[in-house]
Design a protein around this ligand. Structure first.
Ligand code: UTP
Length: 228
């Protein structure tokens, strides 16, 4: 049984209110039905808005670290949007891992929400570091692709999907990716290294139906990729 789960939500959720409401309803349902004592931690991505702001900043001559800070700011805006739609969240987004680790999600019956933290990586890595820090037993990476592929299926439609991949294979697969601000990779290479060193059970799944998140957390059922 899962005791602590970190859910990394891709930025695509935050483009419209209806989608935010749907994901918030699923997360509230998870929190409310978890008399079983589930600690729920959610990390919000930056999405289209982050990419737009980063590309404007780059045109203005901003360096990558500045672009990263702009991306972080947007992920924190998205954290606030999600909190606005949740019934069971702490009222403020958390800014750092130790702040989150200090709260008592199970006893308080509340969901901890945070965006980005530090330049140089994405919220994939934030969620992996958070999962490691709080000893989560499950990390869910919720995205627009239904799992990890040998190559980006949006660019290479024939690419093979992995039902299961080892952390070491994931590290090798992601090592060739470029880590620029706003880049769109399924899992960033730094996150892959954290998953490898801490051996957190990780699932990458398509979040277009938020109920699939409940299924994955409560029943361990999913159609994504299992990393482990
Ligand atoms: P995302 O986590 O949304 O990046 O953060 P992503 O993987 O490119 O986007 P999705 O998952 O497809 O929506 C947006 C940007 O914010 C910066 C990075 O530039 C990242 O690309 N960021 C975010 C950081 O620098 N540090 C963080 O801790 C989080």
């Amino acid at each position: 049984m899962v005791k602590r789960v970190v859910i990394s939500l891709g930025g695509f959720y935050f483009d419209d209110a209806a989608r935010i409401k749907r994901i918030a309803a699923a997360l509230d349902e998870l929190a409310e039905s978890s008399s079983r004592g589930l600690g729920l931690y959610v990390v919000t991505g930056g999405g289209v808005l982050a990419r737009q702001c980063i590309s404007i900043a780059r045109e203005l001559g901003a360096n990558e670290a500045v672009c990263d800070y702009i991306g972080i700011a947007i992920t924190r805006v998205n954290a606030r949007l999600l909190i606005s739609a949740l019934r069971n969240a702490y009222p403020e987004p958390f800014y750092d891992y130790d702040e989150v680790a200090a709260v008592r999600t199970v006893e308080d019956g509340k969901i901890a929400v945070m965006g980005g933290v530090t330049p140089g990586y994405t919220t994939d890595a934030v969620s992996a570091l958070l999962a490691e820090y709080i000893n989560a037993d499950l990390l869910l990476n919720v995205t627009t692709v239904d799992g990890v592929y040998e190559a980006d299926p949006r660019k290479y439609p024939g690419a093979r999907k992995y039902d299961r991949i080892t952390p070491g294979e994931l590290v090798r697969l992601t090592a060739r990716e470029e880590l620029k601000a706003g880049s769109r990779i399924i899992i960033d290479p730094f996150a892959a290294k954290i998953i490898e060193r801490s051996r957190i059970r990780t699932i990458v799944l398509d979040g277009s139906n938020p109920r699939d998140i409940i299924d994955a957390v409560v029943h361990g059922r999913h159609h994504g990729t299992e990393i482990g």
